[in-house]
Design a protein around this ligand. Sequence first.
Ligand code: HPA
Length: 234
Amino acid sequence: MSIHIAAKPGDIAEAVLLPGDPLRAKFIAETFLEQSRQYNQVRNMFGYTGLYKGKPVSVQGTGMGIPSISIYAHELFRDYGVKRAIRIGTAGAIQEAVKLRDLVIALAASTDSGVNHIRFQGRSFAPTASFSLLKTAYDAAVSRGWQPKVGPVVSSDRFYTEDPEEWKIWAQFGCLAVEMECAELYTLAAQYDREALTLLTISDSLISHEQTTAEERQTTFTQMMEVALETAIS
Ligand code: HPA
């Protein structure tokens, strides 16, 4: 039992999917895993372990934003020996070429968060995906006929910004989309020498202000789940 996860050692698989929404964790466990059982309900941040194609996989809600995912990823790596952590989430497009419903695989994550400034005492760190997880996910997506966009993303500390054009500086430097957690997940994976990846479906565009419908989000989410689960058991 760690402070925020009420699991015993061995309750959590070496591979963990990390959706932000705990109800999504419940949905994934009920829909995609066999013999799933809940190991955590502290703060309603549900966590489950089950089998996918006969192999153990866990799924743990993380909440939104860097401080929240930091707590869960930290405890998963440090206290439960998690080796592969795959965030599955949504992001807002900041490039014309990135369209609603696209699957984005985050190669690296820049951030406006102060967390790494504090951690590295003013120096800069480049939070980066695991190459082997990224390659597996990319191949799994392409073999299904999907065309994932692979590139850097931005992990922002704020969903609502005073300046509605703040994202443009990141776009000018090639970032594909904005979300709120990836930089911390990649940093902690580096600290603990584990593997991490972030898969994102594009739910909205900061350029066109379009949004996906709930039904579209469900379809793209299901596609992303197949890629995430295949990567988890690789
Ligand atoms: N900003 C930050 N996080 C997000 C967004 C966004 O526009 N869309 C989905 N996650």
